[in-house]
Design a protein around this ligand. Structure first.
Ligand code: 13P
Length: 372
């Protein structure tokens, strides 16, 4: 479902006025509402977030909340995860239904099922395959993974999840969906050489590669990627190394292999924030991730004498995250407020995952969240 045009009242509303609507509705709803904000959200949204975090932290927070209304300021798959983990009497809303994720769209359920059937038919060691999906995936994919004994993971726990699987079965073969880069970077860090990773291209017969490679590889990577993190490259890193020898480079593991190898550090959004925040005054950082996060960190840390810039110097915005603006948040908060007051309002932007999908998807998310 796409986003319906905002009612004119909200469309034309000045930022200050919209912020007042959010403030008022939030105050009136009190503990009945909780606003979650991913680190990539605009400042005007983060200002109202009760909790901010990376994908893992926000999934955990969503699972812990008792508020009746959860407003998820992030992208669609995050709101779906919150609905999967929420109790039956909670409702999850996304301020703009067009806030999607192009990477999540790169793994479609029909294509994943074709791949699975092929592997089942052709691989001698099919029983050892464990599907793992990055949380940046649709509920359908999480459900597929859940019902086939697999796990969800995020960029901050991917290594722990793979370790959990290989501790249980050292011959386990991971089908990693949908982000090839997170899968490749993590598996390599854990000792899997690049030539022992197979690649599956949806739409190509047999995934477009050799059966022998699929047979021997402990990791099969899906052909997905993030359009924001793809923009960082090794040339930008070389330019930083040349121009500013003391500048450290930290990137998100959704960046490609060469970039992660050339950087000094890599980590999830929360890990990036922590490492940079805890650095000594006088430190200089070039960061390879989305620019709302980088710019906020730059403004917060400048007074402490920590210098922050985007790797490559060009702001890299996640255009779908950016769709959640203060006018959309005001509109949804007003809608929730009126709904709660018993007014007969048409319900918009509630994210509801089908019960059957939810049950299976929950297995994959729960296996990820279980402390083992
Ligand atoms: P984390 O916040 O978990 O690092 O994920 C960011 C993200 O979704 C980038 O696409």
């Amino acid at each position: 479902m796409g986003q319906m045009p905002l009612p004119e009242k909200f469309l034309d509303m000045a930022g200050d006025e919209a912020a007042n609507v959010v403030r008022e509705c939030k105050a009136r709803l009190g503990k009945k509402v909780v606003i979650l904000g991913h680190h990539y959200q605009r400042d005007e949204i983060i200002e109202f977030a009760d909790f901010t975090g990376d994908s893992l932290r926000l999934s955990e927070i969503a699972a812990e909340q008792s508020a009746k209304y959860i407003v998820f300021c992030g992208v669609h798959f995050m709101a779906e995860s919150a609905d999967i983990l929420a109790s039956e009497d909670q409702m999850v809303f996304l301020p703009d239904m067009d806030a999607g994720c192009s990477m999540a769209d790169m793994a479609e359920i029909d294509d994943v099922e074709v791949c699975w059937e092929f592997l089942e038919k052709n691989l001698k060691n099919f029983k050892d395959i464990v599907p793992v999906t990055y949380v940046n995936s649709s509920a359908n994919i999480k459900a597929f993974v859940g019902r086939n004994g697999g796990y969800c993971c995020t960029s901050s726990n991917c290594e722990q999840v793979l370790k959990k699987i290989w501790d249980k079965n050292k011959n386990a073969k991971i089908l990693f969906l949908p982000d090839q880069h997170l899968g490749r970077n993590t598996a390599f860090k854990m000792g899997v050489p690049l030539n022992m990773m197979a690649f599956w291209k949806a739409g190509k017969e047999g995934g477009g590669g050799k059966l022998a490679q699929l047979q021997k590889s402990p990791v099969i990577l899906w052909n997905g990627s993030c359009c924001v993190h793809q923009k960082f490259n090794v040339e930008q890193i070389k330019a930083v190394r040349k121009a500013a020898k003391d500048m450290k480079i930290i990137v998100h593991p959704e960046c490609c292999f060469d970039v992660v190898q050339a950087a000094d550090y890599n980590g999830s959004t929360s890990q990036i924030i922590k490492i940079v925040e805890e650095s000594e005054p006088g430190s200089q950082w070039a960061i390879g991730t989305e620019s709302s996060l980088v710019n906020r960190l730059r403004d917060q840390l400048e007074p402490k004498g920590i210098y922050v810039q985007t790797l490559g110097g060009v702001p890299r915005q996640c255009s779908t995250m950016y769709r959640n603006d203060i006018q959309h948040l005001a509109w949804i908060m007003d809608l929730i407020y009126r709904l709660d007051a018993g007014e007969k309002v048409e319900m918009y932007n509630r994210v509801v995952v089908d019960d059957e999908i939810k049950a299976d998807a929950k297995l994959a998310l729960r296996r990820m969240l279980e402390k083992s």
